[in-house]
Design a protein around this ligand. Structure first.
Ligand code: SER
Length: 890
């Protein structure tokens, strides 16, 4: 049975019995504790906790999930996957244990002709929580599972929570016995490879508190209702029903491996190391595509870093498999072809998704190329010094800076006939891991600090009055200083103020916070920043200027009107630039982030490659024409579906509620979901001036612009600059470009002349050096100081030239220079000298140490540099001695 069919049957089964089908949530939900959505219940958490009333009593979904904790094990075993689909049915106070068990059993064991999965009931085992007699009785008495196939297990296995405070409860798991060839008898208690868990039924009835691990946390008490949360692993059911050994061999994953086999010319199943790489590619390509589809872009921290790692591991694995050209596009294409039936976005957004993935591949291949250079340099140096081991430090730099996995370094070293100090490498890695862990712990504490606001968040959201008024009366609900509640704060103190309502905009959606004041009789405080906690609590960061502010005070909160005016220009300007960008570049230019403040905006979007001058000009023209058209700005609230149908643009990965606010400027010209503050009509934005465009990471570009008066000031500054240039070049302004061009041309000619003169001087020196050649045995030897200031490049031509002039009898040339405080050197030996046994590379080791020099090369030519000018004479003597030793057989 195909995976798409397994999903469909699950949803159909539950929809038929009255469940509402809910689409998968984005992989990115706004939860600081969760990098990615990792279970079907995540989007329903507020319903379980009783924080929100669910719009249905029962629901079913197939949730996309990503778990990257075990990324290193992906492919090494066949059990680990970073992307999977969790099918679930949920009851919010409707049915409980009995309903959940009956539903699961029917779907699993009904024949395939009847819409079920057709599992043999004799091969199914179940587990229940230690004292859950009720679940035990249902399985035993009503479903009829014999006592010996029901096992009772403790908290670590059969009590489910998210690992953090939230809903929790005992669970009952259903396992499939794959048969004695997969492990020992004795049920899941004995072997979880043979007995494979396919479905977890959680009886969500309690709320868990702080704690660690799976079994040491406090249970705070019962939830308002008894709920059901189940999770069935679609991929696991797929490989069981498809009669293959593991998820990598299913209909949705195997094709990616097949593509990698085709590109690399190697076969899956032939060699363990290669199989690991095949599986890494197959697993990561799916996960990466799904993450990009949900708006993640490669970056250096958080989610972006995970994505970057996944993509780089694909590139590295393909390279290690021997694929000799970029292959990301082909992997992404297979993922699209296999997965789009369930996830149409992979098809509709394919250009964007593949652009991001290929962009990262291109960038990483470049890094790999520079890393390879570093590797070759290190390998040459090791060889020149006569050793055979590449240092742990070099291997670590290759890993850390250039993203080289150690196995790649090992392989390259082996090809060069060298080995690597792996122990040294591992010590450095361990040190780095320790630092990262300490870092992560520090960050965790930063989250924990938010607990002080929990009670306030629970009281309900701050009412935002700032769309209607600039001044509002409000009550001080709490004051927080240095992470603790304080009753009062006096003049000179910085404190956080939480109000029940506020007209000040809290930073969100790219718009920075309003500034303003909080006042009362005899008290004045300046608001420097406003941040939202848990999306609903406004925290005003203030400095008390006069008097004293106290919890419970009635105050006036006021927005700085000028600041707000500038901020609205910035934010509406951002919408103008976004709309213009999509008009000029098309729908693949998807917003990736933005920031706006009075007078200035920046806008990030996914796009490959730099914009052309023409595109930049066009964007500016479209935006300014829309400003000049003086479009009315309308805002209204509607539901998400309606807004999307109207064509309103939403930010990828953003978790919108059911009700959304739409900001429309000029009808269809610009329509976005947005909670920000805006101008009344587009002319109020003023002139929009693009400042430039740059890359801010792979596949993401950034435009910046000034709006309003700042736009004018910027242009005025440029005008003054041009006036200055025109006066120093003594030409009218419009002739400045031609004059600069002419000057640059003249400079180029002068530089060329200089270069030729220098080359001539070097060549003249060549004949002089050749005439000074000494005889050392059969060898004609030039060992001398090069003219001062000649760098290694010119030195190389000079030495080659001298060697040429010495003819075909054995000849060796060694010149040591003096440039920039260093001793560049080049050694050349002709064919006849090499036949006698004088090797250029080998000569370097004879004299290098005298000048603190390193370098290397081959038999005919070697080069490098030393740092000790004082050792030049001794080095030249060493050259003569060594040549004599060989030439005269001493
Ligand atoms: N939340 C449970 C799990 O993730 C069941 O859906 O296993």
């Amino acid at each position: 049975m195909q995976t798409h069919e397994i999903r469909r049957r699950f949803l159909d089964h539950f929809v038929k019995s009255g469940h509402t089908e809910v689409p998968s949530a984005s992989l990115i939900l706004d939860d600081p504790n969760l990098l990615f959505v990792n279970a079907g219940m995540v989007q329903f958490k507020p319903y379980f906790l009783g924080q929100q009333t669910p719009p249905y009593d029962t629901a079913t979904s197939v949730q996309k999930c990503v778990r990257t904790g075990d990324i290193e094990n992906v492919g090494v075993t066949t059990r680990h996957n970073t992307f999977f689909q969790m099918a679930g049915n949920f009851s919010f106070g409707d049915y409980f244990k009995q309903g959940a068990i009956e539903h699961a059993w029917t779907l699993l064991t009904s024949s395939q002709d009847d819409g079920g999965y057709g599992f043999d009931p004799e091969r199914l085992w179940v587990t229940v929580y230690l004292d859950d007699d009720e679940a035990h009785a249902i399985w035993h008495d009503e479903i009829g599972i014999p006592e010996e196939r029901i096992q009772r297990r403790g908290m670590a296995d059969n009590y489910w929570s998210m690992g953090i405070p939230g809903p929790c409860g005992p669970c009952s798991e259903i396992y499939y016995d794959r048969g004695p060839e997969y492990g020992v008898d004795g049920g899941p208690e004995a072997d979880e490879d043979r007995y494979l868990e396919i479905w977890n039924l959680v009886f969500m009835q309690n709320e868990r508190g702080e704690g660690t691990g799976k079994d040491s946390f406090e249970i705070l008490g019962p939830l308002p209702k008894q709920n059901i949360d189940t999770g069935l692993g679609i991929e696991r059911v797929a490989f069981l029903l498809q009669g293959v050994d593991n998820v990598y061999e299913t209909d949705l994953v195997r094709p990616v491996i097949a593509k990698a086999e085709e590109l690399s010319g190697r076969a899956y199943g032939a060699k363990h190391e290669d199989d690991v790489r095949f599986r890494v590619i197959a697993d990561h390509a799916r996960t990466a595509a799904m993450l990009i589809a949900d708006g993640v872009n490669p970056g250096n921290d958080g989610r972006g870093y995970v994505l970057r790692r996944l993509l780089r591991r694909i590139v590295r694995s393909a390279k290690l498999l021997g694929a000799d050209r970029p292959s990301m596009l082909e992997f992404m294409t297979v993922v699209r072809d296999t997965m789009a039936q369930s996830y149409p976005v992979l098809d509709t957004d394919f250009a964007r998704i593949s652009n991001v993935a290929v962009g990262e591949e291109t960038a990483f291949l470049k890094t790999l190329a520079s890393g390879s250079k570093l590797f070759e340099g290190a390998a040459d140096a090791v060889k020149a010094s006569g050793a055979t081991v590449i240092g742990g430090t070099e291997a670590f730099t290759l890993h850390d800076t250039y993203g080289f996995p150690i196995d790649l370094t090992l392989e390259m070293a082996a090809e060069a006939g060298l080995t690597v100090d792996e122990a040294g490498f591992r010590t450095l890695m361990a040190e780095q891991r320790k630092r990262a862990k300490e870092d992560a712990q520090a960050r965790k504490h930063a989250h924990a600090d938010l607990s002080i606001y929990k009670e306030l968040v629970d009281r309900g959201p701050t009412e935002f009055t700032g769309f209607e008024e600039f001044v509002s009366e409000a009550t001080v609900l709490a004051l927080v200083k240095g992470g603790v509640r304080v009753p009062t704060a006096a003049a000179g103190e910085d404190v956080e103020v939480i109000l029940d309502r506020s007209p000040l905009y809290a930073e969100a959606g790219g718009q920075i916070a309003d500034t303003g004041t909080i006042t009362a009789a005899g008290m004045r405080a300046r608001v420097g920043d406003v941040q939202k906690i848990a999306r609903k609590l406004w925290v005003h960061k203030v400095t008390v200027a006069e008097g004293q502010i106290t919890e419970g005070d009635t105050v006036l909160a006021s927005v700085d009107a000028d600041w707000r005016k500038g901020a609205t220009q910035g934010h509406s300007g951002t919408h103008m630039v976004h709309a213009a960008l999509r008009q000029v570049l098309g729908p693949n230019a998807v917003q990736a982030g933005s920031l706006n403040k009075p007078g200035y905006l920046r806008f990030d979007f996914s796009w490959q490659g730099a914009l052309t001058e023409q595109q930049k000009q066009d964007i500016e023209v479209v935006a300014n024409e829309a400003v000049a058209a003086d479009y009315a700005v309308n805002t209204f609230v509607t539901d998400l579906d309606k807004a999307k149908k109207m064509g309103a643009m939403a930010l990828f990965g953003e978790n919108y509620g059911d009700e959304v606010r739409v900001v429309e400027i000029g009808g269809p010209f610009s329509m976005e979901l947005c909670g920000g503050t805006h101008v009344g009509s587009s002319a109020q934005i003023g002139q929009v001036t693009l400042l430039g465009e740059q890359s801010v990471g792979s596949g993401v570009r950034r435009v910046e612009a000034y709006v309003g008066l700042d736009s004018y000031k910027h242009l005025a500054k440029e005008r003054a600059l041009l006036a200055g240039l025109s006066s120093s070049l003594k030409v009218p302004a419009d002739e400045v470009p031609a004059r600069v061009e002419a000057l640059v041309d003249r400079l180029r000619v002068a530089e060329k002349e200089l270069e030729q003169t220098r080359a001539k001087a070097v060549l003249a020196a060549a004949s002089e050096f050749a005439s000074k050649a000494q005889r050392v045995g059969a060898v004609r030897l030039v060992a001398d100081k090069a003219p001062a200031g000649v760098g290694v490049g010119d030195l190389r031509s000079l030495v080659a030239d001298v060697r040429g002039r010495l003819g075909t009898d054995p000849a060796v040339v060694v010149l040591l220079g003096d440039a920039d405080g260093k001793v560049p050197f080049v050694v050349a030996a002709n064919k006849a000298a090499q036949d006698l046994g004088v090797e250029a590379g080998e000569l370097v080791s004879a004299f290098g140490p005298k000048i603190g020099g390193r370098g290397g090369g081959k038999g005919d030519m070697a080069q490098g540099a030393g740092s000790d000018l004082g050792g030049v004479d001794a080095a030249l003597d060493a050259v003569r001695a060594r040549v004599a030793e060989i030439a005269e057989g001493r």
